[in-house]
Design a protein around this ligand. Sequence first.
Ligand code: UGA
Length: 452
Amino acid sequence: MVEVISFFGLGYVGLTTAACFASRGFRVIGFDNDYNKFKAISSGVAPFFEPGLDEILKISLEKGNLKVTMDPNTAVLNSKVTFITVATPSKEDGSIDLSYIKEASKMIGNSLKLKDEWHLVAVKSTVVPTTSEAVVKKIVEETSGKKCGRDFGLCVNPEFLREGNAVEDTLNPDRIIIGEFDEKSGDFLERIYREFYGQKIPPIIRTTPVNAELIKYANNAFLATKVSFINMIANLCQKLPGADVEVVARGIGLDKRIGPLFLKAGAGWGGSCWSKDLKALLSFGLKIGVELPLIEATLKINDSQPYKVVELAKMALGSLRGKRVSILGLAFKPNTDDMRNAVSIKIVEKLLSEGAKVTVYDPKAIENAKSIFFERVEYAKNIEDCLRNSECAVIVTEWDEFKKLKPEYFVKLMRDPVIVDARRIFCPMEFQDKVKFVAIGLSNNFERIQKT
Ligand code: UGA
């Protein structure tokens, strides 16, 4: 039997998961106390850009499978399970800010007080180990007057979806992690996923809550470390005649123990998760007396990586003062309008501080960028406007529409063009002949790279 499911917090994770469940026939109630979000979602528009999401959102609303509410009681009292999907941002000192988790736990507890039947609470938000026990369980018990394991169930159920791929990742995950406080809770959640995925059920790991909490952090930390690792090797390549990190990554990626994914060197990693999660893990480690030097190194490499891009531009242009520089791509990755922690911010700020005149273009993130750069940069409507009369083009986000550009196009629009390929989307052999071409992880002595 398909149960009614509720979600507390309709951000990337909550809204995408809610819409995916609803699109497969589950009845879903989404709660959020942000009126603007509530309005947008109720009218079938996601408050952020995510490929495919608007479509399934509209269908789910039309079919009546998805309801949106600003009343927590409506969500809890009319559902059998509540997923907590609120944000867990960083505090000033890097430690995790649990205020939304606490607020959600309190609201759920207050609603559960009014409910006679058993209810499952599943923590999907990313929380440092022991939070579900020490914060969620404690607050829900206190506010509801009920007992976890008897009157209500509790699971930790982290998600691994990527922005820009959120729908696809939700429909085809690599695995499901269930950290259960008791067997009944784990059984119940597993049954919901079995109904949702049917034959295509991925491996399920049932474990302790603390393992489930840690798996999420270890996962993000490992991926971030992999990218920082290849960026470190990229920096080495730039100083070595004949070296190219793309070839090195391909060479090591074919080792099955390493694998080819998340080995793309670039301008550094951004986004709302990795930085806050790694800092939260570091801070949590310190709290329990464990140093995490690999995490520190991963963050350190990433902090300086965007500046390597500016150094490349400087190397090719000489002084940046008064130079016209075009930025292609602002979002922290393609297929999103998200500018949170985007490396473009550091790159643009540095270029401006060096006296460059900066024009920016992004297919989706321009509106978000305006509230970061204000009048300090020019905003182009398309690639052509961005490049016209410029002296240097920097590829900061690897949108598909940039990958198609040919060197002749840059020559036609720009003045003696310098191309800085910070995402390695162009073939050096093709570009080096026609423009001044520099790239992250490419030997920067302008020697021709041997074809491999
Ligand atoms: C990441 C994880 O991949 C998800 O599994 C996780 O659920 C999510 O964080 C989260 O905790 O919410 P996301 O931040 O959306 O997802 O994006 P990724 O595709 O992981 O990319 C992160 C950053 O790394 C981007 O800036 C991307 O450009 C960069 N990156 C990624 C590289 O520079 N090179 C690579 O090879 C891969």
